[in-house]
Design a binder for this molecule. Structure first.
Ligand SMILES: [Zn+2]
Length: 112
């Protein structure tokens, strides 16, 4: 990759960050439909949240489910800032479809 291409790639990444969705959170007991735009659903049936659900930020319209239960792999965890902005760890890497790889930090998408 030459310098010009590198710059374009970098700019593209920044652009996606700026225009990308900023997610807010919603707690739900159950959810049967697809994820609403710009929302991360925190699904909790028992005492602890068990699943996160949100739309892929790349625009492919796929729903992403993340398991939060530590006895099942793979599993993710999340925490909320004082202003209820969600951070999810580790990164999210779709192995199918668009193959997007990104972090969600304080409700914002950071592309890898
Ligand atoms: Zn996608």
């Amino acid at each position: 990759m030459n310098l010009k291409e590198k710059i374009y790639k970098w700019l593209d990444g920044r652009y996606k960050e700026i225009i990308g969705p900023r997610y807010s959170i919603v707690y739900v007991r159950e959810w049967k439909n697809g994820a609403p735009p710009k929302k991360i659903l925190i699904m909790q049936d028992g005492n602890y949240p068990d699943t996160l659900l949100f739309k892929c930020p790349c625009g492919c319209k796929q729903d992403i489910y993340l398991n939060l239960l530590t006895d099942t792999r793979p599993c993710w965890s999340f925490f909320l800032s004082k202003r209820k902005k969600i951070t999810i760890t580790p990164s999210i890497w779709r192995k199918v479809g668009c193959r997007s790889h990104f972090f969600i930090r304080k409700g914002k998408v950071k592309w890898v």
